[in-house]
Design a protein around this ligand. Structure first.
Ligand code: SF4
Length: 826
């Protein structure tokens, strides 16, 4: 048994390049329950990060009592991380669950029945549609629903109501991943595979603290590092994360300077001749312009701008330029920073310059944050057109109109879909009067939450919130709908590397809670949304009906699901799309043939100017004649809008801890996870702490131009001049929607500012000041196991979980699962 709070990644199972990652089956059951006591095991996968680990849910007496990793799953080979082990099942079966709808009466939320709650919603919806039209409606959804639910929501929004105002909190976590792939390759769709970790000679992690955000993927890396011929690691991160500690080169750059660093790496790779000229000529356009843009960015200039050593820039570029097989992963350090899309496109450019894409060990993983963010993007609940279709291409709009049985003009396509930041602006201005928030908590997770709270409480806004718990956001609602959780409903979802899993229903939802799919179908029926031939717009009766309809939507597209079925997905492993007649077992990697979906008729986007965000448009895109070639593009570096000054001398960055997910609504309801990271804190460096007279655990006030937090200080390993705060800690567990006299939500301080292309908010760069408020009463409530560990561990008790955090790990001698197209073990 292993304490998997203290030992996050568990026991090593080393392997060498070209071998398959060994199996290790992780098992966690409730206290007093043995494996033999379990009534049945139900097929599923974890929905607590984007890794998508295959698992089975243990059910006893109608309750979820634990989980077991699926040894045959290509994603995790049986392993699970702390969130999957402790929160997936405990986090949703809590006594706090909403069990009845609530409506606001006399300023209070009071329980009611479904008919009453839905009647209130439908009455308001119909009234606004009649009086003000579809632009009065907005939807803000999640990265945690199932594919079938997103698709239903997309159809209701686009073909039922006809509003472009739809987005998800995916805008905060994964919008840049999608946009960077559209800009470079013509379409969303992950080129790489997790199996590239098994094959690569070098790995670059750009703003990706994989050790904490995708723990099982990091186990795979650790196992490669523990075996013969390990990959060389390069880490770009202002904090000394676990990734940085294992890296050969750690580029701890100044927050907000990602693009300057990337220009330097691209310049060095070109200048040293580490490029594949034949590949560039045959499979890309834009090389001359790219070379011109990066030419001034010598390692010395990068060093000055980014605050790193010029020699380290050269070393990193050499590793990239001379490794046979190289894998890059990118996450929030790039996506939630300034010039997010341009920086992430430079990662794509590096691979294209060397032709290192789509072959074993040569991959790009533009990561996602949330578990089902990928499906939101695919289905179009984020505003994109379903099935990776292009809103600027009338033929694509017509395809959806034909599928949904409505006139093409019903489907909004006169302008880009409205992104989340703009949706909230329209609510603020009053043009959106009906906002439906589903499975997310903007009162804590959006930037500048004092402003978001003011918007949510506006009298003029009719707010519907659909969730498991009474979150901070739900407390502002006019109607609260109790939703069924993972394990209580059926559906599919897709992880970062396109692997689709089925999650079967294990237990009944509590009380009157209903699946999100059932709620959307009910709303559509009550609104009497119909196709032009008079039939109901949505006549599905179960998730599998929705899945079959989705398959038709994907037929012939890159995101092709037509070869999948619920039955096939119960076969022991998830399956990566495209899965169709040509690829019946799915597809491990994209673009190995050097052909990209940039033909005019295939492209999901015609692209943008990466500096301004202006659309390229169909005429200019056609003139580019990319025609199946990837597009090398970039933008000039520009400094952040808000930098440190005399009044606010520190750079402020927000992020995650390994023990929590999002706003803790599930993870804080797991005893093991809550105890490991029970309260908010802020991290600062030793020199800064000494200068300010701050010691470990002292209460400090961190203030920006927008707000403040008052939390204990962790004196740790963050870059000097930078302050880091985890974003998970709102106020629901204190029974409040806002801070009262003790603000802890990291987004009290962040800016309403976004990347011009992906529209992803900049949550990792703001200017703050910091001052001591009171002496410590003990160490900060931060873990000691991760990037948050104290600089001086003396006097700070180590984070361990004790007996209740013990997990059974079972290394298996069985042959590990095989990715599609992978040969037999050698
Ligand atoms: S790595 Fe992610 S998907 Fe896997 S068990 Fe952990 S939280 Fe769940």
């Amino acid at each position: 048994m292993v304490d998997r709070i203290g030992d996050i990644w568990g026991t090593r199972t080393a392997f060498a390049r070209g071998e398959r990652w060994p199996v290790r089956e992780d098992l966690k059951l409730a206290d007093g329950v043995a494996e033999a006591d379990v009534d049945r095991w139900v097929t599923s996968a974890c929905v607590l990060c984007s890794n998508g680990c295959g698992l089975e849910i243990a059910v006893k007496d109608g309750e979820m009592v634990g989980v077991r990793g699926r040894a045959g799953d290509v994603v995790n080979h049986g392993r699970l991380g702390p969130k999957g082990l402790f929160a997936s099942w405990q986090g949703v079966r809590n006594g706090d669950r909403l069990t009845r709808p609530l409506i606001r009466v006399g300023g209070e939320l009071v329980p009611t029945d479904w008919d009453t709650a839905m009647d209130v919603i439908v009455e308001r919806s119909k009234q606004l549609l009649a009086e003000k039209g579809p632009l009065s409606h907005g939807f803000y959804t999640s990265g945690q629903l199932f594919l079938e639910e997103y698709y239903a929501q997309a159809i209701v929004g686009k073909a039922g109501i006809g509003t472009p105002h739809m987005d998800g909190n995916t805008r905060l976590c994964t919008a840049t991943a999608a946009t960077a792939m559209k800009e470079s390759f013509g379409s969303d769709g992950q080129p790489g595979s997790y199996s590239d970790i098994d094959e690569c000679d070098a790995m670059f992690l750009y703003g990706h603290n994989m050790a904490e955000t995708q723990t099982v993927l990091w186990m795979r890396v650790l196992d490669r590092l523990a075996g013969p011929n390990p990959p060389r690691l390069v880490c770009v991160d202002p904090r000394e994360t676990e990734v940085a500690r294992h890296a050969e080169v750690h580029l701890a750059i100044r927050p907000g300077t990602n693009l300057a660093l990337m220009h330097g790496l691209v310049r060095e790779v070109i200048a040293q001749g580490w490029i594949d000229e034949d590949y560039i000529a045959e499979h890309t356009i834009g090389f001359t312009e790219l070379g011109d843009a990066v030419r001034p960015w010598t390692p010395e200039r990068v060093a000055e701008t980014c605050g790193v050593d010029a020699e380290d820039v050269r070393r990193a570029a050499r590793i990239f330029g001379t490794s046979d097989r190289v894998l890059s992963t990118v996450l929030q350090g790039f996506y939630q920073s300034s010039q997010a899309t341009a920086s992430s496109c430079q990662v794509n450019n590096l691979h294209l310059l060397r032709g290192k894409i789509g072959t074993p060990g040569n991959g790009i993983l533009q990561m996602n944050g949330q578990p089902t963010a990928q499906n939101n993007r695919e289905a179009g609940a984020d505003g994109d057109l379903s099935g990776f279709r292009n809103w600027e291409n009338p033929a694509h709009v017509q395809q959806l109109a034909d599928l949904w049985g409505v006139h093409a003009d019903k489907i909004p396509h006169w302008a880009p879909p409205t992104h989340a930041m703009q949706i909230f602006r329209y609510c603020e201005q009053g043009s959106i009067e009906f906002l439906w928030v589903i499975a997310t908590n903007p009162a804590v997770s959006m930037p500048q939450v004092p402003r978001i709270r003011r918007i949510l409480e506006q009298e003029s806004l009719f707010l519907v919130v659909e969730d498991l718990y009474l979150t901070e956001t739900a407390r502002y609602a006019d109607v609260v709908l109790p939703a069924a959780a993972w394990g209580e409903k059926q559906g599919t979802f897709t992880n970062v590397n396109r692997t689709v899993h089925l999650s079967d229903k294990a237990v009944e939802p509590p009380g009157e809670a209903r699946s999100d799919l059932a709620i959307f179908l009910d709303y559509s029926r009550r609104m009497d949304f119909r196709r032009d031939d008079g039939r109901p717009l949505l006549d599905w009766t179960c998730p599998e009906d929705a899945f079959r309809a989705w398959q038709e939507c994907t037929r012939g597209r890159l995101v092709d699901y037509t070869g999948l079925s619920y039955e096939k997905l119960r076969g022991g492993t998830g399956i990566p799309w495209p899965c169709n007649e040509e690829h019946p077992d799915g597809t491990d990697r994209l673009y190995g043939d050097g052909i990209f979906p940039t033909e005019f008729d295939r492209a999901e986007s015609f692209g943008h100017d990466l500096l301004t965000g202006a659309t390229v448009g169909p005429l200019k895109f056609r003139a580019l004649q990319a025609n199946g070639r990837a597009i090398l593009k970039t933008a000039a570096y520009s400094p952040t809008t808000e930098g440190p000054d005399d009044e606010y001398p520190f750079l402020y960055s927000t992020g995650r801890t390994v023990y929590h997910f999002h706003t803790r609504t599930k993870t804080a309801r797991s005893r093991q996870l809550h105890k490991a990271a029970p309260g908010a804190w802020v991290e600062l460096s030793v020199p800064d702490a000494e200068r300010l007279g701050i010691e470990e655990g002292d209460l400090v006030r961190v203030a920006s131009r927008r707000g403040e937090i008052v939390v204990p200080a962790r004196v740790g390993d963050v870059r000097e001049g930078t302050v880091f705060a985890p974003f998970h800690y709102g106020y629901w567990d204190q029974g409040r929607s806002g801070p009262g006299d003790r603000p802890t939500a990291a987004n009290e301080l962040t800016e309403t500012e976004w990347d011009p292309v992906s529209k992803q908010p900049i949550l990792k760069v703001a200017a703050v000041r910091i001052e001591k408020v009171a002496d410590a009463v003990g160490p900060a409530p931060a873990p000691t196991t991760t990037a948050s560990r104290p600089a001086d561990p003396a006097g700070v008790p180590a984070t361990v979980g004790g007996p209740e955090a013990e997990v059974e790990e079972r290394p298996r001698v069985t042959e590990p699962p095989r990715a599609p197209g992978e040969g037999a073990l050698t």
